[in-house]
Write a protein that binds this ligand. Structure first.
Ligand code: ADP
Ligand code: MG
Length: 642
């Protein structure tokens, strides 16, 4: 009574097809990959009714001879790998030999192909997996593949298809993914006969990106200079601080040209953006990773969307460093967002974006910089920091401390070390056209814009009138940012100035918190908190950071320890990064309901704009939000929407 049966081939293909081709966009993925593998210079994608009625891909690649054309419809027929060893290092998009038979088994399928040198090509028709016809084909060299009536013979699958618009949106997104990674290939996309995308071939990646996302966004991208760390090469373009999206759609990442998603990459991005990215937001990236194909496995996901890195840590590290390095460099340019090229002499007056998506994430002007990860390198990343990533501002010398103490109202252009902060690009420019010493891109704090303070809302939001409309400052978040940068500058130059307590505070802690404090003692000391063991689970605190104004040091310390310990439960080691500790110390140092006087608000605003990254607090939340006059006008019906 055998129950197990070998499935007839056609049925097996249909089952397999469900995994490979779950929707029209998946066909596009597989077929475009095939065309790219075949060396096509021009790829056309035509869709009807979201791709459900028809997807047709036309390429000018190598084409196939008749034998291969027949063979490619057999399951596991592939020209791309031969041995098990090949599977360990895949250089092509395809390798399973699954796509074509799968697609052919669930559609009315037509393949027409011709090699360049062949007199005549081959046309094959397959209907729901059944071979219907093979004939000569007289078309141009290259390959045309057409799949009509997707899932016509698998109603269960068809039910999962969404509306035509949704399906087409996926098709378009899929094509964009490939188009970005392959600027040297021209792409055309039509829907129901109408041209949707036309991307001519170009050598310039940014040009290709611009063709898809438009001038405005493209002009604000930052170039990630190609760098290799531990065998991981990273390059591409990324959005600057404040440029983010609420979903991952614009977070595109590629591994050896293949669009992929990976937790290691996402972590790396997050780490690299650090506080430049608001919680819950995703960066805009077009990031390319190149690695030895032996160093990862693509054969883990049916749609080949995910990969498994043998050493995810180094990938994460390389990305994080590239991103933070890029953000740092950009921050030193007067133009802020301009891809590191021409540097106008005038300091930028930053434009506040009007686009609705970004009204809560203001752009960052010249002087703002993302935070460097100043945490002591954990054991696993103790590899020597490669030259390009040397902390850019570390040699800002001891005058930093003085700067903290003194007013930072003067847009400090310290003539003694202009090269310290000037990006390499700026220097090159200078060689060509020597300029007056004032211009070179020194990370000078920006002048606060002309804001007129109107009042305070809920003891928290400072309302201000700006050129563009209403501006709100979250005074709590602003304070945190200001304190945080003070902290960090001081740490960079050797330690935070501290105030000695009249009476040392003794703290009784749990054993776990005691371990936590011991692990982080050195960092705490550097932050101006002189703490030392004073018995089992007891600590003595002698000093606190100088800027801290508190009448209850013990309560403040309790709060800090509590936050540290809640943070440490989320991380695998008890040792926390110095940034994290600084962030917590800052948060604890700000009282939210402080009523500020107008001069205090003005001072805060000035301090905020003296920060390297004024537009968000160390947790990435915005410090300033603008509601533009035009938006108000729309809301009050004084202006047509749009
Ligand atoms: P895979 O891409 O995994 O090899 P496919 O089923 O997608 O499997 O394709 C099977 C084979 O058909 C490929 O290995 C390739 O040799 C050939 N092929 C598919 N599409 C094209 C194309 N557009 N141009 C030339 N050859 C193609
Ligand atoms: Mg393929």
């Amino acid at each position: 009574m055998a129950k197990i049966r070998i499935l007839p081939d056609a049925l097996a293909s249909q089952v397999a097809a469900g995994e490979v081709v779950e929707r029209p966009a998946a066909l596009v993925r597989e077929l475009v990959e095939n065309s790219l593998d075949a060396g096509a210079h021009h790829i056309e994608v035509h869709a009807q009714r979201g791709g459900i009625a028809m997807i047709r891909i036309v390429d000018d690649g190598s084409g196939m001879d008749r034998e291969d054309a027949m063979l490619c419809l057999e399951r596991h027929a592939t020209s791309k790998i031969r041995t098990k060893e090949d599977l360990g290092a895949i250089h092509t998009f395809g390798f399973r030999g699954e796509a074509l038979p799968s697609i052919a088994s669930v559609s009315r399928f037509r393949l027409a192909t011709r090699e360049k040198s062949a007199l005549v090509g081959t046309e094959i028709e397959v209907n729901g997996g059944k071979l219907v016809a093979v004939r000569d084909h007289g078309g141009a060299p290259g390959t045309v593949i057409e799949a009509r009536s997707l899932f016509f013979n698998v109603p269960a699958r068809r039910k999962f298809l969404r509306t035509e618009n949704t399906e087409f949106a996926h098709v378009e997104q899929q094509l964009r993914l490939h188009a970005i990674a392959n600027p040297q290939t021209a792409f055309t996309l039509t829907h129901n006969g109408e041209l949707v995308l036309h991307l001519p071939a170009t050598r310039d990646m940014l040009e290709r990106i611009r063709g898809m996302v438009g001038d405005e966004l493209a002009s604000r991208l930052l170039k990630v200079e190609e760098t290799t760390v531990q065998g991981v090469t990273v390059s591409g373009y990324i959005g600057g601080p404040g440029m983010s999206r609420s979903n991952r759609q614009m977070q595109t990442t590629y591994l050896n040209g293949r669009p992929i998603e990976s937790a290691s990459i996402s972590y790396g991005l997050r780490e690299g953006y650090h506080t430049a990215l608001m919680k819950g937001q995703y960066p805009v990236t077009f990031l390319f990773i190149q690695m030895d194909p032996h160093a990862f496995d693509v054969n883990v996901h049916p749609a080949k969307k995910e990969v498994r890195f043998h050493d995810g840590h180094s990938v994460r590290d390389a990305i994080s460093r590239s991103v933070s390095h890029t953000l740092e460099n950009a921050a030193k340019l007067p133009t802020g967002h301009a891809p590191a090229r021409a540097i106008p002499a005038a300091a930028s007056t930053q434009a506040v974006p009007s686009s609705r998506q970004e009204q809560f994430a203001m752009p960052v002007p010249a002087s703002s910089a993302p935070l460097r990860n100043i945490a002591p390198a954990p054991a696993a990343t103790s590899a020597p920091r490669t030259q390009p990533f040397a902390p850019a501002v570390s040699h800002r010398a001891a005058d930093v401390l003085a700067r903290i103490a003194t007013e930072r109202s003067t847009p400090a252009i310290e003539p003694q070390a202009p090269e310290a902060a000037a990006p390499p690009e700026a220097q090159e420019e200078e060689v060509e056209a020597p300029q007056e010493p004032q211009a070179p891109a020194k990370a000078a704090p920006s002048e606060p814009p002309e804001y007129r303070i109107i009042g305070v809302l809920q003891k928290l939001y400072v309302l201000m009138e700006g050129k563009e409309g209403l501006v709100l400052m979250d005074q709590h978040a602003a304070h945190e940012r200001v304190n945080f940068e003070k902290f960090r500058r001081a740490i960079e130059s050797g330690g935070v100035p501290c105030q000695r307590l009249l009476l040392p505070v003794t703290l009784q802690t749990t054993p776990r918190d005691a371990d936590l404090l011991k692990q982080n003692m050195a960092s705490l000391n550097r932050l101006g908190i002189e703490i030392e063991p004073f018995g089992p689970n007891i600590f003595k605190v002698e000093t606190l950071p100088a800027f801290l104004k508190t009448d209850d040091p013990a309560a403040w310390l309790d709060q800090v320890i509590e936050e540290l310990s809640s943070l440490s439960t989320k991380s695998s080691s008890l040792r926390l990064s110095e940034d994290a500790i600084a962030t917590i110390a800052c948060r604890a140092s700000v009282k939210s309901n402080d009523v500020l006087s107008i001069p205090e608000m003005q001072a805060l605003l000035k301090d905020l704009f003296a920060c390297e990254m004024p537009y968000c607090c160390p947790h990435g939340r915005p410090t300033l939000v603008q509601i533009s006059t035009s938006e108000l006008e729309r809301k009050f019906g004084r202006r047509a929407p749009g």
